[in-house]
Design a protein around this ligand. Structure first.
Ligand code: WTA
Length: 708
């Protein structure tokens, strides 16, 4: 059993302009159970030395050697075009071969995927490695016949079904670059991403289950094609998987000559075998779009060799995946977590990866634990939002089920220590280690997290830097903030690692300016030491070296672990005819971490109405998706502004959170602050939406919001 060690109280500290004030109590440690240590893939601390800086970059050979290469690589890291890093240069391989074919000899009959449909009456479907091989080959053959070739981009807008990894792996087999868009995003959002990537093919599904309803998903394909066309990109073919093959579950008409049912086309590819295309390690494997500070989403481009090596290595050492494990990550494959830690990492290691279609609390809060019991899940992976929600709606449910996790993961948002403790004690029954994994779409895999058998766990901290990644907190001037100083700053990685994105698709200058320009002093340097990676998160480092991530320092709002750009939200609102100005701000939420509230002011001649509020909501849902729907739309007489006309987002963020609005003497219209405060807070009080008191870190985040 784990033993709790008492920690010490951290020093409170003052903050400068450049840093964020953080005052928090140091949490006690949990140590991993001896039973876990005994079986762990990484239990010898010597591994940390093997990945120390004097062994960089050659240390990553250890990850690359987990893969099967057609041609072995000659150069571990080529920095000649910094910061466009090239890993394992000279190597050739295929990702689909690595995730499927190479496991056949030993594990042909083992389940690669277990699909758990949302309706509990529907049987689970186990797909063996042999079956996966067959399905990937047949679908690759279908794509090849449609003319898909290495380097082509193919957009996927698919739900959580096994057809999604089949589609990804079929693209990878041909060397086509898949770009999967989260199914919860709107057709319009898929359309922008189709246009940005230049995809001519869209692959979707007719329907899927969510919270008990069979949703019509094909309707979004028509909207996506239309939105892409407006941006000059013609979609030639829409391939529609059917949730129930042979039966169409959407009301939307199929477009003659453009739309095809995949199950019908597949009939012509029965038993087809497609040789995996051998590709350079630095060829792109996929794009994953994410939000940033401008309205245009960024397509993070990931490589075949570097990315696959990194997610395989981190799956082995941090997820502690063994061949006999049943591994369940409850994230969505539409996000980077699902790409790296449902599909590529686990399948490359030849494990059994569970895919659950629906919402965690459907039909009740015992569902995840029932699934865990039924399948004998040993490794469980989810987000703080899901943990908070399950804790709220079913705190006693885990105890009712007979399952035993050895390992659990949390990802995507900071986790509150008390939520962490419930995860540890109640979900993990005190038997499972927890890894809190800090990373991003851009980083490909975990970069801040502990080795589960080596580093004790500390609630609320992601832990130390991952193997071979040298994290450092810098202040605004680029000076390091020492560990234990109690001061927060910008977390950076001093070096590249194989999983880091290669570029932003079609926007190489944005890649450099967003992630590297801030701390690079010599743009001509070919030395990786001159190119710290700026992650866009604030963090503090405790005396023990553990990092605590505080949240975004840019204008990105992390809603339930999903990144939403304020500019994207605002430009949707501004498209509503009556709206003159819009500002999106985060509101602290006990379940979803943060939610969005939108403030709008109207053009002259219009007055506030429920109808305009509804229009703004609809605009955001149409452009981005339901996940971005603001909790409240506040139509205000005017926005608080600086004398130069800039909207002071921190002032409205403070208002929405009942926090201190701070110094408003520099505003052009300070009187409006009190007016808005009265309007918003009175409405919130009457709706019972008064938030709990904020922690100091949360206060600091609100104060810093929109300050750039
Ligand atoms: C946040 C998700 C605290 C962070 C993998 C980051 C976290 C953003 C953690 C990336 C964590 C991710 N603790 N915060 N363990 N993991 N974040 O691109 O702000 O969807 O920058 O990737 O989520 O979100 P993304």
């Amino acid at each position: 059993m784990a033993e709790e060690v008492q920690g010490q109280a951290a020093e409170a500290s003052e903050s400068s302009e450049a840093t964020i004030a953080v005052h928090w109590r140091e949490e006690g440690y949990y140590t991993p159970p001896p039973k876990f240590i005994g079986q762990a893939n990484a239990s010898d601390p010597a591994i940390v030395d093997r990945f120390s800086e004097e062994n960089f970059p050659e240390c990553f050979k250890e990850y690359a050697d987990l893969l099967s290469w057609d041609h072995y690589w000659h150069t571990t890291l080529d920095t000649s075009n910094a910061p466009f890093w090239r890993w394992f240069v000279g190597g050739k391989l295929n990702a689909s071969y690595n995730c499927v074919d190479r496991h056949l000899a030993r594990d042909r009959n083992k389940a690669a995927l277990i699909f758990v449909p949302e309706p509990e009456g529907e049987a689970h479907a186990a797909i063996t490695y042999q079956e996966l091989y067959r399905r990937v080959n047949e679908f690759a053959s279908l794509l090849r016949d449609l003319g898909v070739q290495a380097g082509d981009r193919v957009t996927l807008h698919m739900p959580m079904v096994p057809e999604l990894p089949v589609t990804m792996l079929a693209c990878a087999r041909l060397g086509a670059v898949h770009s999967q868009v989260f199914a919860g995003f709107s057709g319009g959002a898929a359309g922008h991403r189709i246009a940005d990537s230049g995809s001519k093919i869209l692959i979707t599904m007719d329907s899927y289950y969510r919270s008990g309803d069979l949703l019509d998903h094909k309707v979004k394909a028509d909207e996506a094609v239309e939105a892409a066309r407006k941006e000059g990109q013609e979609v030639e073919k829409v391939l529609v998987w059917r949730r129930y093959p042979g039966q169409y579950s959407s009301k939307t008409a199929m477009v003659e000559g453009r739309d095809f049912f995949v199950d019908e086309l597949l009939a012509g590819h029965h038993g087809a075998v497609v040789a995996p295309v051998s590709l350079p390690a630095e060829a792109p494997l996929f794009l994953m779009y994410t939000s940033g500070t401008t309205g245009r989403p960024k397509g993070a481009q990931h490589s075949i060799g570097g990315y696959l090596a990194y997610v395989t290595g981190t799956s082995k050492y941090y997820q502690d995946i063994h061949p006999e494990d049943t591994y369940w990550c409850m994230a969505d494959i539409g996000w980077i977590t699902g790409h790296s830690y449902i599909v590529y990492g686990p399948l490359s290691l030849g494990t059994t990866s569970v895919i659950y279609e629906g919402t965690p609390n459907y039909p009740d809060a015992g569902r995840p634990w029932r699934i865990a019991q039924q399948l004998g899940v040993t490794i469980f992976h989810t987000s703080p939002t899901a943990i908070r929600m399950l804790r709220k709606v079913g705190p006693d449910q885990p105890a009712r089920y007979d399952y035993h996790f050895k390992h659990m993961t949390t990802v995507g948002e900071p986790i509150e220590p008390e939520v962490y403790r419930w995860y540890y004690e109640t979900v993990g029954k005190g038997e499972a280690v927890i890894v809190d994994t800090w990373w991003q779409t851009e980083t490909g895999g975990f970069i801040g997290t502990g080795l589960p058998a080596i580093n004790p766990m500390k609630p609320g901290s992601c832990g130390p830097a991952a193997l071979g990644v040298y994290l450092e907190i810098l202040d605004e001037n680029g000076d390091p903030i020492p560990r234990g100083s109690g001061k927060a700053g910008n977390i950076t990685a001093r070096n590249p690692w194989p999983g880091i994105m290669q570029t932003i698709w079609g926007q190489p200058e944005r890649f450099v300016s967003t992630y590297y320009a801030k701390y690079n002093k010599d743009p001509d340097s070919k030395d990786w030491r001159d190119w710290p990676y700026f992650a866009g998160d604030g963090a503090v480092q405790a005396p023990d070296g553990y990092f605590r991530i505080l949240g975004r320092v840019d204008d990105v709002i992390n809603v339930a672990g999903h990144r939403l750009g304020t500019k994207e939200l605002e430009s949707s609102a501004l498209a509503v005819q009556e709206v003159a100005e819009a500002a999106a701000v985060p509101v602290i939420d006990d379940v979803r971490g943060r939610v969005v509230e939108m403030y709008v002011s109207l053009k002259p001649g219009y007055s506030a109405s429920a109808e305009i509020e509804a229009k703004v909501k609809t605009a955001i849902e149409t452009d981005i998706g339901k996940i971005a729907r603001p909790k409240n739309i506040w139509i205000v007489p005017d926005m608080p502004k600086t004398r130069s006309g800039k909207i002071m987002r921190r002032v409205i963020a403070a208002t929405s959170n009942f926090a201190d609005v701070g110094d408003i003497t520099t505003l052009a219209n300070p009187e409006v602050v009190e007016q808005i405060r009265h309007q918003v807070q009175a409405a919130k009080v009457s709706r019972g939406e008064v938030p709990r008191e904020l922690t100091e870190a949360e206060e600091a985040e609100i104060k810093a919001f929109g300050s750039e």
